[in-house]
Design a protein around this ligand. Structure first.
Ligand SMILES: *Cc1c(COP(=O)(O)O)cnc(C)c1O
Length: 372
């Protein structure tokens, strides 16, 4: 039985229809296969339902950061190609090959270890070669890539299925860095094409790249944040049509009237200055609400402030503007209510971070309620 909001005090509502819609839009605009990036529990949205929604929207690949995430997809019966972007220990090669999970290679000694493991298990491991064209993270430098590819062709336990790179600044108005990364990558692809070594899947664009550099997409796009209807950066608003999939809600669980001069929450950082109605919602920093001042919520369509320090599991809200508030009222931390809305971007700005971190930090203990 799916859970209903009746039984929850704080929860996430995940609009699977939005995820499907967003993938469809990407496919329409770019006419390229989509790898939906579902790492970190699908950016907090829940890896299995989100992956299924992405596939229903015709995503053809799934991308994750760790082998454990890929195995979770397989355990749920999801059969599409899955690529692990990050490091995988060689002792996991058997699991990867046995489950048709693609691993990333970016280093000679690690590739050798993968090859030995694969040969020992009598398996062939599909790999994608990562090139660091300017991200400064995993990957071979461009001048090592062709040699590396050559070496791999001699390893019979490995099948080179792809080659890819990752953009560092594709979300910024400054476009030169990305253009340089594109040029370095394209040069490598030309070279390996001439040598007959081009693998079937060449890819570069992340969400920001897909929006701003669609010409760099090659054989597929690797999109994360846009899948969830969020923009890659505040400088880069999403085109019309994309829909945010996540809402963060809670119920009002207490209302009390305090006399003037009452301290509210730890350290009494907030003190009532007149008779004040203070509500409690069961959401704290352990749920992903940052312990900073300035948080706001919507209740009965009205925007009210969180007052006092955010506790681990609860926080207090000032109800002066909602005299008719009642225990059980729905409180929105991210999402819409009566025409007003609070977005993950609003919280990111207040918290001095990016919307990615806001949604990824939604706690595991929050029930995810899936709507179509
Ligand atoms: C996380 C990640 C992505 C997705 O990035 P978005 O900005 O969310 O689209 C794509 N590729 C790699 C290698 C990643 O690590």
């Amino acid at each position: 039985m799916p859970i209903s909001t009746d039984e929850c005090t704080a929860w996430l509502e995940i609009d699977l229809g939005a995820i499907q819609n967003n993938i469809r839009l990407l496919r329409q605009k770019l006419s390229k296969p989509v790898m939906a990036v579902v790492k970190a529990n699908a950016f907090g949205h829940g890896i299995i339902p989100s992956s299924k929604a992405a596939l229903a929207g015709n995503a053809e690949w799934l991308g994750v950061a760790r082998i454990e995430e890929a195995l979770q997809l397989r355990e749920a019966g999801i059969q599409v190609p899955v690529l692990v972007f990050g490091y995988t220990a060689p002792c996991k090669v058997k699991d990867a090959a046995g489950n048709s999970i693609r691993l990333t290679v970016y280093d000679r000694s690690i590739a050798q270890a993968y090859n030995e493991e694969a040969l020992r298990c009598g398996a062939v491991l599909k790999v994608h070669v990562k090139v660091d064209t300017g991200m400064g993270r995993l990957g071979l430098f461009p001048d090592q890539a062709v040699d590396f590819l050559h070496t791999l062709t001699g390893m019979k336990g490995l099948e080179i299925e792809g080659i890819f790179t990752h953009f560092a600044r594709a979300d910024e108005p400054e476009q030169q860095t990305t253009q340089e990364q594109i040029n370095r990558f394209t040069n490598i692809i030309w070279e390996i094409e001439k040598m007959g070594l081009r693998p079937p899947w060449v890819h570069a664009d992340n969400s920001a790249g897909s929006l701003n550099f669609p010409q760099a997409s090659h054989d597929l796009i690797r999109t994360g944040i846009v899948v969830y209807g969020l923009s890659p950066s505040s400088k880069n608003p999403l085109p019309d049509g994309y829909r945010a999939a996540l809402a963060f809600k809670a119920k009002l669980v207490s209302i009390k009237e305090f006399p003037p001069g009452s301290g509210i929450s730890y350290s009494h950082r907030y003190v009532t200055y007149k008779t004040e109605k203070i509500g409690v919602i069961p959401v704290g920093y352990a749920d992903g609400l940052r312990r900073v001042s300035g948080n706001e919520v919507l209740i009965r369509g009205v925007r009210v402030p969180v007052v006092g320090n955010v506790c681990m599991d609860q926080c207090m809200i000032q109800l002066e503007k909602v005299p008719d508030a009642q225990i059980g009222d729905e409180v929105v931390l991210i999402g819409q209510q009566n025409g007003d809305k609070i977005t993950a971007d609003d919280l990111a700005e207040l918290w001095g971070t990016i919307n990615y971190e806001v949604v990824c930090n939604m706690a595991a203990r929050l029930p995810r309620i899936y709507i179509e």
